[in-house]
Structure formats: C-alpha cells, structure tokens
Design a protein around this ligand. Structure first.
Ligand code: AGP
Length: 613
C-alpha cells in the first residue's frame, strides 16, 4: 500500500515526481522521498510526514534532472521516520531503490550482507534490496537486478536507479502492482494509474515475475528467466477530473455523491427491460452454471458485500453460498468445500494481498475463481481471468463508499443473470416479478439522489452524537451486513468505537451495553419480512434507556412512535434495501468524522489498498 512513481524523459523530473506522490498519497502517507540522476551522481531527498513536508524541504533547492523515482510510505517494517523513508541506497550511494510490498526473507539476507561488510542505516526490509543489487555480478543494471530478485522472497514492486546507468530505470514486479506509462520521448512507471493521469493514458500492466528496463525512448520487458516478454498496451479510461475533488471538501464526500452515477455506469448496457447481460462472464459462464456452491471471499467492506451476495445467490439463483474472510481462507490449513464449488472474490482495488492469496490457494485446489473488481487490469482481476467490473470510477477516499454499493449491484446482476440462465427464476418468480425487480434496479440511482438531499438532516444528527464514544449498529437478514458496514465506516474515519450486530443477538449479551450514552442505529426497512421483529428490538433498547436512530422506509409512520430519530429512504425491493440503507450511514460517519476534525480521506493507520498480508 505504498505509492511509487518513476520518470525518465525530456521534462524536469522533480515536479513530476512530487505531483505523482500527491496523487498516490492516499495509498500510504507516513513519509516520502525521491532520488534523481544528478549528472554524475544520484541525489536522495526524503522526509517523514506527509508530502507537504517533503515539498517544504526542497522549496529552496534547484534541480536539473530528467530521471528519478519516488515513494510515499505506509510503514510495514520500521517506524515512520526519515531514515526509514524510501529511497534506500547501497553502501556507495550509487544504487537507489524504492519498494512497495514486504521482503519476507530480509533478516536472513541482511545478516549475510552485514557479514560481507555492508552497512545498513534503516530498520526496513526494503533497504536490503539496494545492497543485494550492489553485491550482484553482472555487466548491466538489468542483469544485476535480475540476479538480486532471484534471492528475494515476498511481495514486491521495485524501482531501481544507478549513477553508473543514468539512462535507465529498472522496474520489478512480483506481487505488488506496477504499471508502465508510455509517452513521447518519455516514459513513466507507477504503482497506480492515478499517478499517470494527465501525462499518458497508454499503460502496460506488468505481471508478477517481470522486469522492465525503462529508457526515455524505449522499454523492454523480460521475465525472471531473462526471456523477452511482449505485453499488451492498454488505455486508462479515467479522466484527471475523476481523480480531483471537484469542489467537495473530501474525496469521500465526492464519492458518496457520485453513487447515483456509479450505479448508472455499473448497470449501463447490462440491465435491460427483461434480463441482465454480463459480457465478462461469457466464456466461462458454464463454470458458474454448474457450480453447486458459491464461495464468496473478500476483506473489509468488500466482505460485507459478500454477505449480501450470499443471499442474492440463494434467492435469485437457488445456489448454496457461503462467505469467508479471505485472510481466514488463507489461514485455514485445508479449507473443505463441497464438490463443484466455485469461488467469487470481491475487491475494489484488485490489489488486496489477503484476497489475492486466497485466490491462489483455491486455484491451486483447481477451483475456478471469478472476480468483481473496480480497477481494470488489477492483479486480482487478471488472476481471476473472468468476472465483472464495477464501473465506480477511481475511489480515492480510504473509506470505501461507491465501491460498496456498486459491488452490491454487481452481485444482484450476477445472481439474476445466473438464475435467469438456469431457469431458476422462471421456476420461482413470475415474469412480472422479474420485470418489476429490474425496474427497481433502474430506479436506484434516482432514489440515491433523493436520499442525498437529506444531507442536512444527517448533518444535524451528526452534531447531536459526534462526541459519543460508542455506537451500535443493528440490522437483520439482508441488512445485517449494512449494520456491519455502517459501524466500519464510522470507526475507520472518526475513530469512535462502533459495533455492527444482528439485532436479535443483542439479548444474548450486548444489550448490557445499552444506556443513554450509546446511540443505537437500527436499519428497519418496512417491507422486510423481519420488520416487526426489528421494531421489537427497538422497543427492547428503548426500555433500557437507549437512544435509537432508525433508517426507515419513507411513509412508515409506526416507526415514529418508537424511534428517537429517523432517516427515511425510499421504498425498493427488499433485496435492494442494503444499497439505499447504506447511503445515510456513509453520510452520518462522514459528518461525525468532520466534526471531530479527523482526516477523513486518509484516516490514521489505514491505507486504501492493503497489499501486504
Ligand atoms: C473499507 O472502507 C476499507 N477501506 C477496507 O475495509 C477495504 O474494504 C478492504 O481493505 C478491502 O479492500 P478491496 O475492496 O480493495 O479489496
């Protein structure tokens, strides 16, 4: 989850590196630095803190360089500090590297290198890479790097420059995302497309086990056994505008308000009057059709989407389904699944290490894996080989919002498509119901727009409760995952302790927490089969002096009698209520965090994409 960027070409490199770091800052931001070719030598500048600290440090410096690499860090080994910031160099300051990922065998390698006389300055795993390259034989930098990478274990995206080879940058990808940006008489490299926008849209996604030699007017890619690789040139379809905040105070608020459009973009060309068409599945659809069990897996917010998808596959496609944390799948010695199981992973970034490892584990068991991702060409998207993209556009805020609602929509479309193709829908639902459900899907964007207009009421609620230290979020059935998501949103950006619970579970212990100091948010859609039970749970909380905030269905008058505060959302199919019910919870978390003065887009300790185990 660090950000890396490199440039070689005709322009001055420092402004490009700084701008690139700023666009990557959301990926990790406890320190930053860069190294440039400085005529005869290489010059390293780095600083703890945010990019603005680095900019302050170089404000009075003059640079004249056309090649360099840079890094913004999210610490995995060694505390956030200037000495641990990247780049890291070899003993003679002739080779310098930036690294994203984890070198698992760094202690072993470091001990060997120290015995050979190498001197280390930092506590990081990354620093050993520069000394290892220094140690390698080889007539070219490419050869030295290729030999060094053979000794590394772990996940890494590495950029290397050397004063002995001033006209090139060497790029290595093995487990952490890296893409090359191709320009005219200039070339770029970055861990994320966001850093390339505004310069080029032509990109090559490096694959694991590949090394690129980047020059101003050319590039070549080899694999770890030195075989030349021919790679496809892709076009990034994001605009620079999509990356900027467009007048909102935070990326998160912008992305909450983009949800009508991101849902429209996700269903466009897919949801029609009578059916759903999903191109990304076509050549492997039979694997889904023949699956008797669908294993959904992800992390964080995407895992909450899996919990909703499980219900979609059971209700709309008659498939048995189960949900696993990706990290737990990887930790389970020998996960046992029924025969004819198929895996479906969900990942906004497409780079979450835990999820990628879960895929590899299940593919090693010959299980077919499909993916729902938001980033085209991401590691997980390419490893699955089939699935569907949520067209949510770049999600910069660390707290996932539009990705979550588009993931739910993608799951609904996938389950409907599956149930339609294998006849389950016709056996269990009338054509009228099916058409009505698709109509409800098409109405969702305008209904989200309606909810977004209640922004001010939610801001008022936030003012009442932003000083509270604990929150409970309670839901049942298909809205239990919404309770989990509401709690996660609040805790990850406001640092208030919040728990999501199945509402009925309260009486088995947690109800002891209830008093006048803990706001309890209930998700209480009227047309849900469990509505009356939710109302009883609200009464149980009220009877113990609790404060109840209810997310309820527009027109529901009964709820007014039992809840203290109500946020209304429009009525939709009970299966789609999670999408609408999530919006007010996103806004509530956002406004509470802003009132608390938290860094909403870059919450402490978090990174947008967790590319380490
Ligand atoms: C959600 O707000 C968090 N940022 C986090 O839980 C995130 O959903 C999780 O890390 C999974 O990320 P992914 O969807 O990119 O795989």
């Amino acid at each position: 989850m660090c950000g890396i960027i490199g440039y070689i070409g005709k322009k001055q490199v420092v402004p490009i590196l700084i701008k690139g770091l700023e666009s990557l800052e959301y990926r990790g931001y406890d320190s930053a630095g860069f190294v440039i070719q400085d005529g005869k030598n290489i010059k390293v500048i780095k600083k703890a803190g945010k990019i603005k600290e680095l900019k302050k440090k170089i404000a009075k410096e003059k640079f004249n360089s056309h090649s360099g690499i840079a890094h913004t860090r999210w610490a995995t080994h060694g505390k956030p500090s200037e000495i641990n910031a990247h780049p890291h160099s070899d003993c003679n300051n002739k080779i310098s590297i930036v690294h994203n990922g984890i070198i698992e065998n760094y202690r072993f390698l470091k001990t060997k290198l120290i015995k050979k006389g190498h001197r280390f300055l930092s506590e990081t795993d990354s620093e050993i890479i520069a000394h290892l390259i220094e140690e390698m034989p080889g007539k070219t930098l490419l050869e030295k790097v290729q030999l060094a990478t053979k000794k590394l274990k772990g996940a890494y995206g590495i950029l290397v420059i050397s004063s002995d080879y001033p006209k090139e940058i060497i790029v290595v990808r093995n487990g952490s995302p890296i893409l090359l940006g191709l320009g005219k008489k200039e070339n770029f490299v970055a861990s994320d497309a966001a850093a390339l926008l505004g310069y080029t849209k032509k990109v090559i996604y490096l694959e694991d086990g590949q090394i690129a030699q980047l020059k101003a007017n050319s590039y070549q890619i080899i694999d770890f056994s030195k075989k030349i690789v021919k790679s496809k040139i892709n076009e990034i379809d994001w605009s620079l505008g999509e990356i900027e905040k467009c007048g909102y105070d935070h990326f998160m608020l912008k992305e909450i308000h983009e949800q009508p459009q991101s849902i429209r973009d996700t269903i466009a060309g897919r949801v029609r009057e009578n059916n759903v068409k999903l191109g990304g599945l076509r050549n492997r659809f039979d694997e889904l059709l023949n699956a008797e069990n669908i294993i959904l897996s992800a992390c964080g917010t995407s895992w909450h989407a899996c919990l909703i998808g499980e219900i979609f596959f059971e209700i709309l496609a008659g498939k048995a389904a189960e949900v696993n944390y990706a990290s737990e799948l990887v930790s389970t010695v020998k996960p046992k699944f029924p025969p004819h199981s198929t895996m479906l992973v969900i990942s906004q970034s497409g780079e979450t290490k835990d999820t990628d490892l879960a895929i590899q584990k299940m593919q090693a068991e010959n299980m077919s894996v499909f993916g729902i991702c938001n980033v085209v060409g991401s590691t997980i998207a390419r490893r699955c080989g089939a699935g569907i993209y949520t067209h949510a556009g770049p999600e910069i805020g660390v707290a996932s919002t539009k990705a979550f609602t588009t993931q739910i929509m993608a799951l609904a479309m996938m389950a409907f498509n599956l149930g339609d193709k294998d006849g389950f829908l016709d056996q269990n639902f009338s054509k009228k119901w099916q058409k009505g459900f698709l109509k409800e899907i098409i109405k969702i964007p305008e209904q989200i727009e309606e909810i977004l207009k209640t922004d001010k009421e939610i801001k008022k609620l936030a003012k009442l409760f932003y000083k509270k230290n604990n929150f409970l979020f309670l839901g049942r059935g298909i809205n239990f995952p919404v309770a989990l998501e509401g709690a996660l949103k609040l805790k990850e950006i406001s640092y208030i302790h919040a728990e999501g619970y199945p509402a009925a579970e309260m009486k088995h212990g947690p109800i002891a927490l209830i008093d006048e100091n803990i706001p309890v948010v209930f998700i209480a859609p009227k047309n849900d089969a469990v509505y009356s039970k939710i109302c009883s749970n609200i009464e149980e909380v009220k009877a113990r002096g609790g404060i109840v905030i209810a997310v309820a269905t527009k027109g529901d008058r009964y709820i007014k009698k039992i809840a203290d505060h109500i946020i209304y959302v429009p009525e939709t199919s009970w299966l789609l209520t999670p999408i609408l019910n999530t919006i007010p919870l996103q806004l509530l978390a956002y406004y509470i965090a802003v009132l608390k003065g938290c860094n909403v887009d870059q919450p402490r300790n978090l990174a947008k994409s967790v590319t380490v185990e």
